[in-house]
Design a protein around this ligand. Structure first.
Ligand code: ADP
Ligand code: ZN
Length: 622
């Protein structure tokens, strides 16, 4: 089929000399996108000018395009170093589907295939080559690279080079050789998680020369965070799933047993769900992951084992049925939703038992890392119990700050959590009690004193005679504990030392003087009612569904699933959710209008245009 391109589509003939125009034309021609995401242009500019760079963007920020788009604008080969075979394959499939010549070399590629790849590189027909870190630094490979023209080197998951990072891989250390062998090519490092220390370590370890450091916002405004106490696990999970019928979702559990139980309960209730954990056999695991990526099943119930290597863009919700052990882990796992930039929900159901469970596991583990792990666990618990904007809390953890007062996309800012009206007085009561016990006790003890407990310990130390004893006697100890955690997470109190002794901070003293007011949540007992109220709210707070014919969207989603299964590729590689919604909104019935849909480049137009246009036409006729 010939391309039926309408007049307002940029053509190569229109390419002007400026770099930005070249990039924009390539973005439209191959990927069908009209706009760059934040920092993409700057990152691509570095590639075009050969300036080394370190690019930190959150998951879904669009890092791959930073090197892929320039690769079609530059002469020579783009080398991409990537740690996982499954990731490489998906990327190569996606590029091929966009009409960009890409290949990967790894242990499963035959000698014949390798020869063909080498040939296409020599003849200048290949734009991108994906390779694992251990393979790229083999002497024969380096010799080969030395003889050809390498345009740029992209290092994916670059934090793996740093022993300060959480995923250190020794084989990444060798990558320094690349800079020596391909001295003319710019080297560009990409990662989603990097503290400043890791960032500099990455640059040093790779031998980068005065690299441009591009660090994006860690915020993911399209994710809607909600945190609730867990009371009826399966019920709560089902309420969330039912908000997204037929859409893809991931449910994270702490243990394998919980994974199995949850998957069974959901399957029995008629959901298309499968388990995933490290104790299962490889065949099942690979099968389930593939079925998930082709949209043949909707839900994966998993432990932490499910993650690396998942770049499915249309995950509409991530549920944590237990509290993760750190905010980093939570950010990473919840961040697997909404990579396409469309809204997605992240629900976290926690209970005090989760904390104790992790604490036990950490205490059993290697002692050198224990302190750090316990601190991380504490931060995570404060996040759960906190009453601050969730987006703000996450970015602050990574050293950034959001400018707005309300994010409009978390349970706190959406005001789904009810606050108590006398928070100032309650906060003052708790803080005065901390002062009365001379800042020498932890939260449990302080809560007991406030509740008016006559426990032996309390009587023995004479704390039952304090003026603050029984000041909150109408409240349960658990509620007082929760409020205390909220005061900690809002910075009025801090926990000191191994025993987490409560101490007042400077803001705490201001609170005592009545100069500031904390935010304290209504006790958890009533959360069930609130939960079901908010559960019935429309989940789509953003405009992404505006004017979308939802029936048509469903039809197109089925068509996508069939095509993905036939071709054995992930569904989102055929088209992302955004493209499908755009189709169901614009309802194009000619190829000329179809190519205006976001995500439709020339190759996709040629490959899928007719079949989708026909399907839309049939729907309109019916
Ligand atoms: P990352 O590697 O940073 O996690 P990806 O490169 O996988 O993110 O991009 C996430 C999704 O966003 C992909 O589906 C990609 O096609 C899409 N995307 C990236 N850049 C743009 C853009 N400028 N416009 C629209 N979609 C984009
Ligand atoms: Zn918020």
């Amino acid at each position: 089929m010939h391309l039926n391109v309408d007049s307002n589509r940029p053509m190569e003939a229109e390419v002007t000399s400026t770099d930005q125009d070249r990039l924009a034309v390539a973005l439209k021609k191959y990927w069908g996108y009209d706009h760059f995401r934040p920092l993409q242009q700057q990152a691509m500019q570095c590639v075009l000018t050969g300036r080394d760079s370190v690019v930190v963007l959150p998951t879904g920020g669009g890092k791959s395009l930073c090197y892929q788009v320039p690769s079609v604008c530059l002469d020579g080969l783009t080398i991409v170093v990537s740690p996982l075979i499954s990731l490489m394959k998906d990327q190569v499939d996606a590029l091929t589907d966009c009409g960009v010549a890409a290949a990967c070399i790894h242990s499963q590629i035959s000698t014949d295939e390798k020869r063909r790849i080498a040939e296409s590189i020599r003849s200048g027909n290949l734009q991108l080559l994906y390779c694992s870190p251990e393979r790229i630094v083999q002497p024969r490979m380096l010799e080969f690279l030395n003889r050809i023209h390498v345009a740029q080197i992209a290092i994916d998951e670059a934090h793996c080079i740093s022993s300060w990072g959480h995923d250190f891989r020794p084989e990444y250390r060798q990558l320094r050789r690349l800079k020596e062998v391909c001295s003319d090519a710019g080297v560009h490092a990409y990662t989603a998680t990097a503290t400043e220390q890791v960032r500099h370590d990455v640059a040093t370890q790779l031998g980068l020369e005065q690299p441009e450091m591009l660090v994006g916002s860690f915020d993911r405004p399209n994710l809607i965070y909600r945190v609730r106490r867990r009371h009826q696990r399966i019920e709560q999970i089902r309420t969330v799933i039912d908000r997204h019928p037929g859409a893809s979702g991931i449910i994270y559990c702490i243990s394998r047993k919980e994974v199995e139980n949850t998957a069974t309960a959901l399957t029995d209730a008629g959901y298309r769900a499968r388990p995933y954990h490290a104790g299962m056999n490889d065949t099942d695991r690979v099968n389930y992951q593939e079925q998930f990526s082709r949209d043949e099943i909707d839900i994966i119930v998993a432990t932490v084992a499910f993650g690396m290597g998942i770049d499915k863009s249309n995950v509409r919700y991530v549920i944590h049925s237990g509290m993760p052990k750190s905010l980093e882990q939570y950010q990473q796992e919840s961040g697997r939703s909404g990579r396409d930039g469309l809204e997605a929900e992240c629900w976290l159901f926690y209970s005090g038992n989760d904390y104790i469970l992790w604490q036990k596991m950490i205490e059993k583990s290697d002692s050198t890392a224990q302190q750090g792990a316990l601190r991380a666990l504490q931060t995570m618990a404060s996040f759960c119990q906190g009453a601050n904007c969730r987006h703000q809390a996450i970015v602050q953890h990574f050293g950034q700050k959001l400018q707005h007062d309300s994010c409009g996309a978390c349970d706190v800012c959406l005001e789904e959590l009810t606050l108590i009206s006398d928070a100032l007085v309650t906060g003052q009561k708790i803080l005065s009690c901390v002062v009365r016990v001379e800042q020498r006790y932890g939260a449990d003890y302080t809560a007991k004193v406030l509740s008016g407990s006559s426990e032996q310990r309390i009587v023995a130390s004479g704390h039952n005679r304090l003026s603050t004893w029984g000041l909150l006697s109408g409240e349960s100890i658990r509620t007082i504990r929760d409020w205390t955690e909220q005061l900690v997470s809002q910075g009025y109190l801090e926990k000191i030392g191994d025993y987490h002794v409560l101490n007042l901070t400077e803001s705490g003293r201001q609170l005592l003087r009545g100069e500031v007011t904390p935010r304290l949540l209504k006790p958890a007992q009533s959360s069930h009612k609130r939960q079901s109220q908010s559960g019935s709210q429309k989940s789509h707070t953003l405009d992404d569904w505006e004017n979308v014919d939802q029936e048509l969207f469903e039809i197109l989603r089925n068509l996508r699933r069939e095509l993905a299964s036939q071709r054995g590729v992930p569904a989102y590689i055929v088209f992302g959710d955004r493209a499908l919604r755009d189709m169901a909104r614009q309802q194009p019935t000619t190829l000329g209008t179809f190519c205006q849909v976001s995500g439709v480049g020339e190759k996709k137009l040629a490959e899928y245009g007719e079949i989708f246009v026909k399907c839309i036409q049939e729907h309109l006729d019916s």
